[in-house]
Each structure stands twice: as C-alpha cells, then as structure tokens.
Design a protein around this ligand. Structure first.
Ligand code: ADP
Length: 232
C-alpha cells in the first residue's frame, strides 16, 4: 500500500456569508502534500490563496470537506485541541511578521515554547541555536525595531521553527521585502527544508518566489487550475 501523504485536503469548500449574501471563496479543493515538500500557492488576488492556507493551518474551519494531517482528521478537534495542534505541529510566517517590538529577539523566538510550557533553559538554548542558524547569533539581545526588515523576517522564521513544526505556512513571507532580501529569505527557507525536512507551503504573488519552490499550485476562482512541477 502506498504511504499516506502528510497532508490530504478533500473537497474543501469555504463560503463567507455577509448579511444574506454568500461569497464562495473555495469551491472544492483536493490536494496532497508529501513529507519534505517545498510548495507554493499562487493565483490572482481573491482566488482563495489565504483562505486555503488558513484552512491548512487550522486557523479557520471549512464550510465542507476535510483535511487530514498524518492521517488524522484535523477538524474533528475542538478549538482548544486545534490551538494545541497549531502550536505543536505548525509554524507560521506572515508578511507582517507580528513580532513583539519591545521584547528582545531571543524572547520573541522562544515565545511558542513558553506557550507549550517548556523549561526556560532548554528553550533559551534552542532559541539561540535557531537565531544562529538564521544568521542572527550576534543580535539575540536586540529589539526587533533595531533590525532591518530582512532581519526581522529572519526572526519570524526562527520563531516559526521554535517548536520543531512538521509544517510551516507562509502567507506572502517576502511581501514586505525588496527582491534581493526576499530571495535571501526564500533561500533560507529552502535550506531549512533540506536540512530538517520541514514542509513549507508558501502563498505568494511573486513568480520569482514560486520558481524557487518544487511545486506550484495555481488557484483560480477558488479551484486548483494547474499544478506545476519546477525542475530542480
Ligand atoms: P487571496 O488570498 O487569493 O487574495 P482570499 O482567500 O483572501 O484570496 O479571498 C478569497 C475570496 O474570499 C475573496 O473574494 C475575498 O473577498 C473573500 N473573503 C476572504 N476572507 C473573507 C472574509 N473574512 N469575509 C468575507 N469574504 C472573505
């Protein structure tokens, strides 16, 4: 029997209701993502990219359809179980990185482990190691306001990796950066994907970012219109 994919989305739909009007944002998405994959989701504005990413990241529930992660039915969980699942298994990198600006870089990176209740010495050690691996080993005591945009996004990458997630979801992770800095961040994510096997799913409107991934999922009107393999 073939092994199960890491993620399987079955016939996902999402309809937003505003007043008495329904807006279909996803219209039946079927998708499998294997362990170790480095994938992007592209498509015009309004095509459903963020909606799909939010469902895969358990930040929202579908109107219908199911998501299995490691064979387990994601939305069978209640809200508390989903929150715990997100914190243990998933990492998030957003365009606006949501760092705590008045808190040290080290404390920002360690925060997901604080939420897990992990001991201070262990989490500080790992946060330091992660900051070193993203090239910020000498900036651990700085505040995010004292860093460049690219450095701040590196902090967000380190924070996303803090609880050793299976899957990291990025919504326009290079959206606020100039193209050279954006390319450096994508190269960093690729390196982490290769070294650790962490799965990355990146929503982007930037073809240069999509071209650096292994597989590009094109969305149009809430459906997958094309899946492209990028020759590596
Ligand atoms: P993309 O990320 O590709 O730009 P989105 O997933 O953000 O697309 O949005 C898909 C569609 O769903 C759009 O028409 C958008 O206006 C609508 N939409 C997204 N979020 C909401 C919401 N919270 N309430 C109502 N409509 C929404």
């Amino acid at each position: 029997m073939p092994s199960q994919p890491l993620i399987r989305a079955e016939n996902l739909t999402k309809t937003y209701r505003i007043g008495s009007v329904d807006f279909p944002a996803l219209n039946g998405v079927n998708l499998e993502i294997e362990a170790g994959e480095f994938t992007s989701i592209v498509g015009p504005s309004g095509s459903g990219k963020s909606t799909l990413l939010n469902l895969l990241g358990a930040l929202d529930r579908p109107t219908s359809g199911r998501v299995f992660i490691e064979g387990s039915n994601l939305f069978r969980r209640n809200e508390n179980q989903l929150a715990e699942f997100r914190n243990r298994k998933l990492g998030f990198i957003f365009q606006a990185h949501n760092l705590l600006m008045r808190t040290s870089v080290l404390a920002n990176v360690a925060l997901p482990a604080v939420i897990l209740g992990e001991g201070g010495a262990r989490r500080t050690k790992r946060a330091r190691e992660l900051l070193a691996s993203v090239g910020l080993g000498d900036k651990t005591t700085r505040k995010p306001t004292e860093l460049s945009g690219g450095e701040q996004q590196r902090v967000a990458v380190a924070r996303a990796l803090m609880n050793e997630p299976l899957i990291v979801l990025g919504d326009e992770p290079t959206g606020n950066l100039d193209s050279k800095t954006g390319a450096e961040i994508v190269a960093l994510l690729r390196r982490i994907n290769k070294e650790r096997g962490t799965v990355f799913i990146l929503v982007t409107h930037n073809p240069e970012v999509a071209n650096e991934t292994e597989r590009v999922i094109h969305l149009r009107d809430g459906r997958i219109s094309k899946v492209e393999r990028i020759p590596g």
